[in-house]
Design a protein around this ligand. Structure first.
Ligand SMILES: [Mg+2]
Length: 364
């Protein structure tokens, strides 16, 4: 029997973060999510969530999701075809921004439904295996007081026997950044990989100064020292230092990834499941990255991203955060620094209905 789209349920929640996000982009104590259920003509329900950062924009994104969904009602679910049509239909809005987020939300749920109808995990449905996916713990080490860094790093490593963590840098003085890094190394030794994230805090001359001073410190990567879309500037920085450069969480759709890679803007990329256009957008981007032989890491959305890393030819690190755990009936397991993809049909996201109710975000 064909698997057809029937109806959509969209719910908005705002979940408290157990560690506030404190970065150059702002301080967040809560995180908004939009949770999607796509009901079909069978008992299968396709699920997804997106997390659009700014709770005050959630209602407009939900409107976009509802508008786009009308295109697909009563049709047989064919996610790749739907993505193509969805991109065509948002072209008047520029293929980017919240219309793309809306498409991503639906796309992920369509793929989930298809994998569920095949009775296998999404990774298998896409042709990959359920191998453990190596992950770094990204859910801490924000711009917190230096005295707290070593202890927090140790906790983050212990949480899942992680082998890598990410330190946010760009403090007042570069000595403070070095002190933060040294306090981790002193405590944990050199066997841990440490990523760094600047969250686009510098202009090009300042980034050159800072990166020069940090280039000998063995960071695994320098992430977004300057505006991500200054591809010329990124390309200059990327050539200048031996520490690899990475951008990608702000790519809106696969074409941004192509443009950045053609410009040699980065030696690694880290697409974000929502901004890249869901599963379909990710698959296209992974193929582009393979042709450039560029390592691909993930940004947020660890659950679906884990499945996708299984079929990403140049997969590198998955970014682990636990922010969505309150939404989930079963949390993904972390073992020996790896994310374990659950061996259940689809993505493995089922809602914790009680918490969806509890953290419900009231919107007009
Ligand atoms: Mg980042």
């Amino acid at each position: 029997m064909m698997l057809n789209v029937k109806s959509l349920r969209v719910r908005a929640v705002e979940v408290p973060l157990n560690k506030p996000v404190e970065a150059h982009i702002g301080k967040f104590t809560k995180w908004p999510f939009i949770c999607i259920d796509i009901h079909t003509n069978q008992s299968i329900v396709g699920r997804s969530y997106i997390a659009p950062y700014l709770s005050e924009y959630v209602s407009s994104i939900i409107s976009s999701i509802n508008a786009l969904f009308q295109k697909f009602i009563d049709r047989e679910i064919n996610p790749y075809q739907f993505f193509k049509e969805g991109m065509q239909s948002i072209s008047l809005l520029g293929y980017k921004g919240i219309a793309l987020y809306a498409l991503a939300a639906l796309d992920i749920a369509f793929w989930d439904a298809k994998a569920k109808s095949a009775g296998i995990p999404l990774a298998n449905y896409l042709g990959g295996s359920l191998k453990p996916i190596k992950a770094y713990n990204s859910r801490g080490l924000w711009l917190i007081p230096l005295k707290d860094i070593a202890k927090e790093a140790e906790q983050l490593i212990k949480e899942g026997d992680f082998k890598a963590i990410k330190l946010r840098i760009g403090r007042e003085s570069f000595q403070e950044d070095i002190e933060a890094l040294n306090s981790i190394k002193k405590n944990l030794g050199d066997s841990i990989s440490i990523m760094s994230d600047f969250n686009q805090c510098y202009n090009l001359p300042d980034a050159i100064k800072r990166c020069s001073l940090l280039d000998e410190m063995n960071f695994y990567w320098f992430e977004e020292p300057i505006r991500f879309d200054d591809y010329d500037g990124c390309s200059k920085l990327s050539k200048m230092f031996k520490t690899p450069f990475i951008i990608g969480e702000n790519f809106h759709g696969p074409v941004d990834a192509k443009t950045a890679l053609v410009s040699n803007a980065s030696s690694m990329i880290m697409p974000d499941l929502m901004r890249i256009g869901g599963v379909s957008g990710w698959l296209k981007t992974a193929a582009i990255a393979e042709t450039f032989n560029i390592p691909v890491s993930t940004h947020l959305f660890p659950e679906v991203s884990a499945h996708l890393m299984s079929v990403t030819p140049t997969a590198d690190w998955l970014e682990w955060v636990d922010w969505s755990n309150p939404l989930l009936k079963s949390e993904y397991r972390v073992k020996n620094g790896n994310i374990i993809i659950p061996d259940v049909p689809g993505v493995g996201i089922e809602w914790n209905e009680e918490n969806l109710e509890k953290y419900s975000l009231q919107i007009d």
